[in-house]
Design a protein around this ligand. Sequence first.
Ligand SMILES: NC(=O)C1=CN([C@@H]2O[C@H](COP(=O)(O)OP(=O)(O)OC[C@H]3O[C@@H](n4cnc5c(N)ncnc54)[C@H](OP(=O)(O)O)[C@@H]3O)[C@@H](O)[C@H]2O)C=CC1
Ligand SMILES: CC(=O)N[C@@H](CCC(=O)OP(=O)(O)O)C(=O)O
Length: 337
Amino acid sequence: MTLKTCVFGASGYAGIELISMLQQHPQFSLCAAYVSQHSADDGVLLRDLYPRYPYLDDLTLQAAGPEQIADAAQNMDVIFLATPHEFSHDVIPQLLAGKAKVMDLSGAFRIKNATVFEQFYGFPHLHAGLLEQAVYGLTDWHQDAIAQANLVAVPGCYPTASLLALKPVVNMLDSSVRPVINATSGVSGAGRKAALKTSLCEVSLQAYGVLGHRHLPEIESWLGAEVIFTPHLGNFKRGILATVTAKLKSGVSESDVQQAFEQAYAANTQVRLSKDFPKVDDVAHTARCDIAWKYQVSSGYIVISSAIDNLLKGAAAQALQCANLACGLDKNSGLPL
Ligand SMILES: NC(=O)C1=CN([C@@H]2O[C@H](COP(=O)(O)OP(=O)(O)OC[C@H]3O[C@@H](n4cnc5c(N)ncnc54)[C@H](OP(=O)(O)O)[C@@H]3O)[C@@H](O)[C@H]2O)C=CC1
Ligand SMILES: CC(=O)N[C@@H](CCC(=O)OP(=O)(O)O)C(=O)O
């Protein structure tokens, strides 16, 4: 079985990771790599843009105008959107009119509440029906729903790291104390477009989006609990480390916590539980998430740390897992393990 697929936003950091995996995937056949309608990269060979990626062959970037969008809607089995939120929001209704399943890496369909969406994304959501229908693609927790989905909202990078750390213990949380998530991302999290504040020479280590980042409502709604979330930008290229401090209900034992994490992830080779606290370099260029925790029974506080590659488990690899599941394939087919 060969499934036809294409990538919009193919020249971006998440897009190139997707292309690189799709080129070696046993079931997906990559048919087109699109950039925006008036992109300076229209007609450019991807291997000239990204010489370090293997298997790019003669793949050429194409501008996506109305004709290409209509063609994708009609002919593709799976469409990946590694594009700005606004583009995904606008184009998805048309792309879903054909037979294709759509994997959207943007935030356009992750938050069910349209009022909250507008507050955090700065533009109104005009597709209430599709917003309702979209499945949140946290593959380690929503596998069955993703398998039935036509539209998957692939989670953001910080929410992926935060939710994988907190979901196992969510039912044990002391509801009077909000979990505190401090997470640091490498600069590739900001995408490829040049900007002074995300230029590696300018970046030090700094909190941003304090008490107002758009990933706050995403984390809260998919966790089912309020949190304090503070993202930080660090002067390294890729990876996210999220360190979470939470208070558990009185009476929760060490073995309750151990059992909760094991039940959640023991059968999942992509989430590695360890006693040593994780480092970003150990997961960079992989689809894995490394998690460690320490629980102080006497105070009820737990510290959980999780590390992912923001471009892979936090974006492209999780999107590919979603596509695999939605197409009835092995979840980890074609992933860098
Ligand atoms: N970087 C990360 O760690 C993560 C990113 N994401 C999400 O994935 C998506 C892509 O992110 P990332 O790869 O970092 O971004 P980049 O800025 O690196 O790439 C964006 C891509 O989209 C194209 N593009 C830009 N504007 C438009 C437009 N109006 N219409 C169509 N295509 C357009 C760009 O090409 P061109 O400008 O030449 O048209 C480029 O190919 C975003 O929604 C982002 O929020 C999600 C999780 C993690
Ligand atoms: C370091 C950095 O700038 N990171 C990005 C998040 C990247 C991501 O996951 O983005 P989406 O939700 O847009 O898909 C940010 O804070 O906006």
